[in-house]
Design a binder for this molecule. Structure first.
Ligand code: PGA
Length: 249
């Protein structure tokens, strides 16, 4: 179901004390938001139990930064299954973040399998797609994001598309301070929504890439941008909450 969502991807940041402090600050203000968006924080996996315990009963939920492509248990050293993440309290799992694709060589097919495994465990996959600067300059943005999207739909089956959240994250805008303009992002969001077919109108599509307190409102004001996947700014409670406020309905 389409709705407003702001998710904070903490990446590989934090320690137990910092997690405690950041959540205290977020929860202090999150309850006061008027028509808040769905809100999630996505910590490193070791902090998920701590975060889930602190967030219980609050309007903020927890997600995982990745999920194993294999269902069940087995000899998959270093991986964490969807069922384990679900039991630990997760509602969402990122799949196909550009850092996973670029630094850990995750293929479109693997990302699709991770989305399948997330769904099987009852997690909502946040499927990340996005082009590099070279690809944008070569006018290949639509080809690239469509290829990444179709690989996931091929794995999950198009009939499960409505259960996905899509995050458009241009690689050149992630952690660079260089945001896509609202118009650039809107164009890709509208394209993705169109490529999702009949269910496109029901799917939450968020933008990620240097979203900050001072640019969130302009981005979220665009017709097809339903919220954000926030990296750096999600580590600061004030920034994160200002961004959540900008996504309020
Ligand atoms: P950023 O990261 O907000 O720090 O650019 C976004 C992301 O990678 O999800």
């Amino acid at each position: 179901m389409r709705g407003r969502l702001v998710a904070g991807n903490w990446k590989m940041h934090g320690n137990r004390a910092m997690v405690r402090e950041l959540l205290d600050e977020i929860l202090d203000q999150a309850g006061q938001l008027v028509s808040p968006p769905a809100m999630a924080v996505i910590p490193p996996a070791v902090f998920i139990p701590q975060v889930a315990e602190r967030l219980a009963g609050s309007p903020v939920v927890v997600g995982a930064q990745n999920v194993c492509d294999q269902e069940g248990e087995g000899a998959f050293t270093g991986e964490i299954s969807g069922a384990m993440l679900r039991e630990a309290g997760c509602s969402y799992a990122l799949v196909g973040h550009s850092e996973r694709r670029a630094l850990y060589a995750e293929s479109d097919e693997l990302v699709g399998q991770r989305a399948v495994a997330a769904l099987a465990a009852g997690l909502t996959p946040i499927v990340c797609v996005g082009e590099t600067l070279d690809e944008r300059d070569a006018d290949r943005t639509e080809d690239v994001v469509d290829r990444q999207l179709q690989a996931v739909l091929a794995a999950t089956g198009a009939e499960r598309a409505a259960e996905l959240v899509i995050a458009y994250e241009p690689v050149w805008a992630i952690g660079t301070g260089r945001t896509a303009t609202p118009e650039q992002a809107q164009a890709v969001h509208a394209f993705l929504r169109g490529r999702l077919g009949a269910v496109g109108a029901d799917i939450t599509i968020v933008y990620g890439g240097s979203v900050k307190a001072d640019n969130a409102e302009a981005l979220f004001g665009m017709d097809d941008i339903d919220g954000g996947l926030i990296g750096g700014a999600s580590l600061k409670a004030d920034q994160f909450l200002t961004i959540c406020r900008a996504a309020a309905g």
